[in-house]
Design a protein around this ligand. Structure first.
Ligand code: BTN
Length: 282
């Protein structure tokens, strides 16, 4: 992967500027700094390797050289900008959907282009065969009450050595090459993902967006343990029913009552599976 092949391959998608790093700490950190210093809407930061890749809930994210996709898209929106659904993509009401947008785009690319049975582990991990293949870290840049930009950071395990070993994670991981058993070119895959992301970005408030998201939910109709970040020692079990209109997760509790979990506060674990490692793994 290099800057020229990347820019050539992504031409015509309608991105803002593209920045490539052979190695950086974290593409999200680069994108946050760039957003603060005036990056255009849909500017992209992509790296071959990250030395301090970040995951959700303060976890680390492994991006060894030559093996993974690690990129961050800067979404700015303009105050008057409207999507096909009539709403500006960048609004507080859309924050939950924005992070799902990344997972949905990867999930659709894996299904449509590679025939893989990819699913979304709510809110925004992508699983294949019950193993994590992609994670999304959405971060908002606020100035007071004004939402200036959202950084959508996406990491995809492509080569076999980009999936961390079982003893390092609390949720099992896989990679695209492990699932397909053949070499995969990362840059064409990036284009496939971004094309879907740009299509759905302007359609996040359409019923079709929520329908796709809900259809692709992993563990639907299954009992899971929902760990709240504020109290990891006291998980609540529930059966996943689906999504609420605002993108929060609807579950049926063992007491027969329906309850809701929102993205910032939840770790999901299927009840049947056995997990290795601690709760802070990826
Ligand atoms: C998670 O599952 O915890 C989210 C992982 C997000 C990783 C990506 S890789 C590109 C971008 N840069 C980062 O430092 N993190 C995100």
């Amino acid at each position: 992967m290099n800057e020229n092949t990347l820019k050539d391959a992504l031409a015509g998608l309608g991105l803002g500027e593209v920045r490539f790093f052979q190695e950086t700490t974290s593409t999200n950190d680069q994108a946050l700094r760039w957003a603060q210093s005036g990056a255009p809407d849909l500017a992209l930061v992509c790296a071959d390797a990250q030395t301090a890749g970040r995951g959700r809930q303060g976890r680390t994210w492994l991006t060894p050289p030559g093996s993974a996709l690690a990129f961050s898209l800067i979404l700015r929106g303009s105050p008057n900008g409207q999507g096909v659904d009539g709403n500006p993509p960048l609004s507080q009401a859309n924050l939950g959907r924005l992070s799902a947008l990344g997972a949905l785009s990867v999930c659709l690319a894996l299904r449509e282009e590679y025939g893989l049975p990819a699913l979304i582990k709510w809110p925004n991990d992508v699983l294949v065969g019950g193993r994590k293949l992609c994670g999304v870290l959405a971060e908002a840049a606020w100035e007071g009450d004004i939402l200036h930009a959202v950084i959508l950071g996406i990491g995809v395990n492509v080569g076999r050595d980009s999936a961390p070993p079982a003893e390092k994670v609390s949720f099992p991981a896989t990679s695209l090459e492990q699932e397909l058993n053949r070499p995969i070119q990362r840059v064409p895959l990036l284009r496939l993902i971004l094309a879907r992301l740009l299509h759905w970005k302007d359609r996040m408030r359409l019923p079709a967006f929520s329908q796709q998201w809900e259809t692709l939910l992993a563990f639907k109709g299954e009992w899971v343990q929902a760990y709240s970040s504020s109290d990891l020692a006291a998980p609540r079990s529930g059966m996943i029913l689906g999504l609420n209109p605002d993108g929060t997760l609807r579950l049926l509790g063992s007491d027969g009552k329906i309850f809701t979990m929102s993205a910032g506060e939840l770790h999901l674990r299927p009840l049947a599976a056995h997990f290795i490692g601690d709760q802070n793994g990826r």
